[in-house]
Design a protein around this ligand. Structure first.
Ligand code: ZN
Length: 209
């Protein structure tokens, strides 16, 4: 399998392209629609699904662009699906401030509030699917946000969204975050990920636990 990381230019959010047999899953379409389109076209690959790790604006900037372009289903937990439809829950209502504090400058078109449409395949707590010889398990993991999920692939790789960023503390202080959920649900689940598992976070580089 090819696992290609495309980092968005505005605030370094990771989009992952998983390719098998010329088919592709796109995880978290940030502001990276153009490089995604270019790569798939160049390789002659077919996009099958979009997966979302959570509802925050920087992980869904180009969601509508990408889903329209390919006409493919979006997989997300129900709360993520609800919350991408709200400017206050997807944090785009304050994204100009968040981008400013991170980068010191806000590109005109990136400070805009926006919403997305509901996901096509949703689940409450867990969901499993098979795809080109790979198995994916989704598990809702509130703490960072109500719609955060952990996506496990083949029991050897995990897409963690905004959890387990290398060298950073997990963050629960954004709107919708919950210390209580983090302590009782997210943290124990993350701690239980076996050593040697490949961690693919929503920001920064991947690494082995
Ligand atoms: Zn986030």
């Amino acid at each position: 399998m090819n696992n290609i990381r495309i980092e968005s230019t505005t605030i370094e959010t990771n989009c992952y392209l998983l390719e098998e047999d010329g088919h592709v899953i796109i995880i978290d379409p940030s502001d990276c629609a153009e490089p995604v389109f270019e790569r798939l076209e160049k390789e002659g690959w077919t996009a099958d699904y979009i997966f979302l790790t959570h509802e925050h604006y920087d992980h869904i900037w180009d969601l509508e662009k990408v889903r329209e372009h390919y006409g493919i289903p979006v997989v997300a937990c129900e709360l993520c699906s609800e919350r991408i439809q709200s400017i206050s829950s997807n944090l785009s209502s304050i994204c100009d401030i968040l981008i400013y504090f991170k980068k010191g400058v806000v590109p005109e078109e990136k400070g805009e509030r926006f919403t997305c449409n509901a996901a096509d395949i949703t689940f409450d707590e867990t969901y499993e699917m098979e795809w080109h010889g790979h198995s994916f398990t989704f598990q809702r993991l509130p703490g960072h946000s109500p719609g955060s999920v952990l996506i496990r692939m083949d029991g050897e790789a995990v897409f963690t969204g905004d959890y387990m960023l290398l060298g950073e503390e997990d963050m629960t202080r954004l709107k919708g975050g919950s210390d209580e959920d983090y302590k009782t649900i997210a943290r124990p689940t993350l701690d239980a990920i076996p050593k040697g598992t490949h961690i693919y976070p929503g920001h920064g580089v991947d690494y082995l636990k």
